[in-house]
Design a protein around this ligand. Structure first.
Ligand SMILES: [Fe+2]
Length: 187
């Protein structure tokens, strides 16, 4: 992964999201800005994180939404593009505790099988942190507020509402680990 891959990722996300889903595109750009802020924390994986951040919700693009489970749809789209690379694809597939939502949808085995979770905990946490501290409009927020907003938007009894309730402790733990890593950076 290098700077040109980051540029490539941004233009792929823009082509897929900007027109049909402008708010999702604004969110994706905000998540990528958060990823920029973690460059020091993730070191060599900085470009990979930014590329995954800008592409994490690409599976919402109407053209790509085959199953309706956007982490899986996005990852299946990306795996056919050589420039994406396996780690990027697996990050997108598993962003923000997607495995738990997959479980609610009866797709856990499919997701795990096709796109195993990366064993780089900090990197997986970092993408969750970036997504969960960015509003749907791309502004910076706190994870607690973001989780509450998702529950309200989808409804507590909806599939996503159930998922986000189950995932909240893991999401907050991931955000906490990234905040600790940020705080440990020399300034
Ligand atoms: Fe997402």
């Amino acid at each position: 992964m290098n700077a040109s891959t980051v540029k490539w990722a941004g233009s792929v996300a823009e082509v897929e999201l900007r027109e049909p889903l402008p708010r999702r595109w604004a969110h994706s750009q905000g998540v990528a800005r958060r990823a920029d802020e973690l460059a020091e924390v993730v070191g060599d994986a900085a470009d990979l994180l930014v590329a995954a951040a800008v592409l994490h919700d690409v599976g919402y693009a109407p053209r790509l939404a085959a199953t309706g489970f956007h982490p899986l749809d996005g990852a299946r789209f990306l795996r056919d593009i050589p420039a994406a690379g396996e780690r990027l694809v697996r990050l997108v597939a598993n962003h923000s505790m997607a495995l738990l939502e997959a479980e609610e949808r009866g797709l856990r085995d499919v997701l795990e099988d096709e796109f195993p979770l990366l064993d780089d905990q900090l990197l997986v946490d970092a993408l969750t942190y970036c997504d969960m501290t960015t509003t749907p409009d791309g502004e910076v927020t706190f994870a607690e507020a973001r989780l509450a907003e998702i529950a309200v938007r989808y409804g507590a009894d909806s599939l996503v509402g159930r998922f986000i309730r189950r995932a909240s402790p893991d999401i907050l733990a991931a955000v906490g680990r990234v905040e600790a890593a940020l705080a440990a950076q020399p300034r």
